[in-house]
Design a protein around this ligand. Structure first.
Ligand code: ZN
Length: 501
């Protein structure tokens, strides 16, 4: 079996190399590329993605997988080779259903749409991206149609990001969560709002940058295998397990923006940096799902980075960095400011309690678009209507309405938002498990020590990469399926104390 397995690995590594080269082009497009490069860049990324897809879906890969079946079955489920063959077989079965021409058309279209969006958003010009978005919807439907037999047309698209979940599963979890969140949001927003004026002052970018990098270094983000750059819409990307990068953005009039974005992306990056090095270049060297990935970013951003203990340690350092802003602001005021709950317009700025309501709006709109019950031309209005009914706010324009998130302007419509809320739920579930094993973790965080938590996550989640699906991983780590109780209990405890509700 050794030569067959080696042949498979060689082939998969070639595919990976092409994908990583495309990722590097994408990273460059989102950071340093002049806008004039957009046309050629879109074509180049499309070319690389098409060749990668062709190489991966080649009949020779199918043959190797068939030849390796007996070997796989002779091994335990969680053996590395068995897992590589199993995961590759699953990906292969999906990929062969998608024509290379569609992949290439989508990638070229997404690159162009992204470039137009970066100009249309500041100009508040939805009309400019509207025809492109109509094309995106058509392409997303065509992608879903490659997988006939679905219950809901979004199911195949959700499956790409969060395998094991269907539209109806997500709806059920979301409605359970909504039933808990709506009264909690009401109880909190009936109270006087927290004063967050201490965050909304002039904070020079260079100092924000240095402070944020200092924190993620302490978290355990490895700068020997990563770096941070600026972008419009922060993301993590990787070109191999030895080069896992993050991006951020700064607002000199709001301290929270850049800092929490950096903490967030570092969580994604530490997940990937923690994957077993032997998987490098192979399909196991990935986070296992959008939801699990997001559980890690939200854990480090919120559960750790917005906790009282964390700031007991870091606030004196922050005060020393920005004495003119914070010297006379007590820790308690600052802690309340970074955890201010309010019904607001922007998802990425939303607090932990209202955040999921933003996601639910997008998820429902995606389903409606794919079903055909909502047209792209009516999307801006549908957006405003849902914000008014769910959050009681109306954006003055589309810039802070339907144009605010990059997702629909750089990828499919469908399957791109549910992972955020699944991630929040999982962050609470996994963290509760980590605390069961190590009740001392909050006290350690209060001393700026993150090793125990980081090691627990590496051991239980990171190292496995994509070896287990999200449902398999959650079962292994928590002894049961995805459930909302620990996350709700985390929110109620924290915000109960903050707001006396
Ligand atoms: Zn994220």
């Amino acid at each position: 079996m050794e030569p067959k397995l080696q042949a498979l690995k060689t082939r998969l590594t070639e595919v990976n190399d092409l994908q990583m080269a495309a990722a590097l082009l994408q990273w460059d497009q989102s950071t340093y590329m002049p806008s004039g490069g957009a046309g050629a860049r879109g074509r180049q990324m499309a070319t690389l993605s098409r060749i990668a897809h062709e190489k991966f879906t080649d009949a020779a890969v199918g043959q190797l997988l068939d030849d390796l079946t007996a070997y796989e079955q002779s091994l335990p489920f969680d053996h590395d080779d068995a897992s590589l063959i199993r995961v590759t077989r699953r990906e292969f079965a999906k990929s062969v259903k998608i024509p290379s021409a569609l992949i290439s058309e989508m990638n070229q279209h997404f690159a162009q749409t992204y470039q137009v969006w970066t100009e249309a958003r500041p100009a508040n010009d939805f009309a400019r991206v509207r025809p492109l978005l109509e094309k995106t919807l058509e392409l997303s439907r065509r992608m879903a149609e490659c997988f006939p037999g679905y219950t809901h047309i979004a199911d195949p698209l959700i499956d790409f990001a969060d395998a094991g979940m269907k539209a109806n599963d997500v709806r059920r979890v979301f409605s359970e969560l909504r039933a808990e969140l709506v009264p909690l949001v009401k109880a909190i927003t009936d109270q006087p709002p927290a004063d967050d004026s201490c965050l909304r002052q002039f904070y020079p970018e260079a100092k924000q940058w240095a402070f944020g990098e200092g924190v993620i270094r302490d978290y355990g983000y490895d700068f020997q295998r990563g770096r941070q750059d600026k972008t419009h819409h922060p993301f993590m990307t990787k070109f191999g397990l030895g080069d896992i990068r993050i991006t951020t953005r700064f607002n000199e009039d709001d301290l929270g923006d850049g800092l929490f974005s950096t903490l967030h992306e570092s969580g994604h990056a530490m997940y990937e940096q923690g994957i077993t090095m032997a998987y490098d270049g192979l399909p196991l060297a990935n986070g296992t799902s959008a939801g699990v990935h997001e559980s890690q970013s939200r854990l480090w951003e919120n559960i750790v980075g917005r906790s009282r203990g964390f700031w007991e340690h870091y606030y004196p350092r922050l005060q020393a960095t920005f004495p003119e802003n914070l010297k006379s602001v007590p820790l308690d005021t600052f802690y309340r400011a970074i955890n201010k709950v309010q019904k607001s317009l922007i998802r990425v700025d939303a607090d932990e309690v209202t955040y999921n309501l933003h996601v639910m709006i997008r998820f429902d709109l995606e389903l409606a678009l794919l079903e055909g019950s909502l047209a792209i031309r009516d999307l801006p209005e549908a957006w405003h209507t849902r914000y008014a009914s769910d959050l009681g706010v109306t954006a003055p324009d589309d810039r802070d309405g339907v144009l605010q998130d990059v997702h629909w302007y750089s990828f499919n419509i469908g399957g791109v938002f549910q992972g955020y809320t699944l991630g929040n739920i999982l962050s609470g579930l996994y963290y509760a498990k980590a605390l069961e094993a190590h009740p001392d973790i909050p006290a350690q965080i209060g001393r700026g020590e993150f090793g125990t938590l980081h090691n627990w996550l590496r051991e239980n989640i990171y190292q496995h990469g994509a070896k287990y699906t999200a449902p398999e991983l959650t079962e292994r780590v928590t002894g049961g399926p995805l459930r909302i109780a620990p996350y709700i209990s985390y929110l109620k405890t924290k915000y109960g104390e903050l707001y006396g509700v």
